[in-house]
Write a protein that binds this ligand. Structure first.
Ligand code: TXA
Ligand code: MG
Length: 310
């Protein structure tokens, strides 16, 4: 199969209507989407990216009316979060309607819903006319794609079309919050910070260790480059050596370096840096730990996971 790269929202929506999969940009990372109500189409997502069938997908909607196609009732807390953060980088886990196919939720009675804010994504979702189920558009186990080139690298020849957009603004996946329990539980930190959420609805629960039964995706290898990732507090902990790289705020003389100025910039470039390191045959990546404030929590979460898988 030839993979077409296009900026045509209509061409991308047409593939979705035909029951095919399409990669599309969002403000977090690129997604690999299919019509959420078409089981055969959704199955193609799992085979294209070799995703285990027990890992549920986020369903992307264009407006609140599509949201109500997926769930019967929104409790006041959830409605408040949707009003405040939709469209944006927040995914809400709610009780699913029967009509939502089990293949989307991996058999769970809950569905995870998100309304992206990037303009081209909104146009695409509107043109699709149906909620679009989509995980990140990487091969399973690889870092999420933050540019269309990353998608092409992983999925060339495996999907019919990539909708081309700008490099992803946040560069890390959305915040996932389980709203079916009280207080709501943070299943994945992301671009919408804990502080922002708590300002709206009061305390949320942040589990020390997120149970795999709650968010099945977390048991799989994620966000990791081929290189070994080592977390450091400062550049002073980085030994000299070839084939190593450094990402962080400190100045470094390591051969391959990324020097973000802020945590937001660090987040935006992290996955691209991981992929670049792999292309250069880097063996060890030293990553400076950010503080936990704001997007720092999500960044630290991904760095910790990447470091665990060595
Ligand atoms: O920013 C994002 O969230 C991107 C873009 C494309 O929207 N998507 C993304 O999807 O990162 P994915 O599949 O790579 O991660 C979805 C996460 C997984 O950890 C999955 O287990 C969890 O959300 N999830 C999905 N549905 C769930 C559900 N019903 N209950 C609990 N966790 C769920
Ligand atoms: Mg993913």
């Amino acid at each position: 199969m030839r993979t077409k790269v296009t900026t045509s929202v209509e061409a991308a929506a047409m593939e979705i209507k035909k029951g095919n999969v399409v990669a599309f940009p969002t403000e977090t990372v690129y997604g690999l989407g299919a019509d959420a109500f078409n089981e055969k189409a959704v199955a193609k997502i799992f085979s294209a990216k070799h995703r285990p069938a027990d890992n549920p997908l986020i369903v992307h909607v264009w407006n609140l009316s599509q949201f109500s196609q997926l769930t019967d009732e929104l409790n006041p807390r959830t409605a408040k979060l949707a009003r405040k953060f939709f469209p944006g980088p927040l995914s809400l886990v709610v009780k699913k309607r029967k009509a939502v196919p089990n293949v989307v939720t991996a058999g769970l009675k809950k569905v995870c819903v998100r309304m992206p804010s990037l303009q081209i994504t909104r146009k695409f979702l509107k043109a699709c006319g149906t909620p679009v189920a989509a995980p990140s558009a990487n091969l399973s186990g690889r870092p999420s794609p933050t540019s269309w080139r990353h998608v092409l690298h992983d999925l060339n020849g495996k999907i019919p079309l990539i909708l081309k957009g700008p490099p992803c603004h946040f560069g890390l996946e959305s915040t996932v919050l389980d709203c079916t329990v009280n207080p709501p539980v943070l299943l994945r930190p992301g671009a919408v910070s804990v502080e922002q959420l708590e300002r709206q609805i009061g305390k949320i629960r942040i589990p020390k260790k997120i149970r795999k039964a709650l968010s099945p995706g977390l048991k799989y290898r994620h966000y990791a480059p081929k290189a070994k990732v080592v977390l450091v507090n400062s550049v002073a902990e980085v030994p000299p050596g070839k084939n190593s790289a450094f990402i962080g705020f400190d100045n470094s003389t390591t051969s391959f370096v990324a020097n973000p100025r802020t945590a937001a910039e660090y987040a935006r470039f992290l996955y691209d840096f991981f992929r670049e390191c792999d292309l250069r045959g880097i063996r060890t990546i030293y990553a400076q730990k950010p503080s936990k404030a704001g997007i720092g929590r999500a960044l630290l979460d991904r760095l910790t996971r990447a470091a665990k898988h060595n």
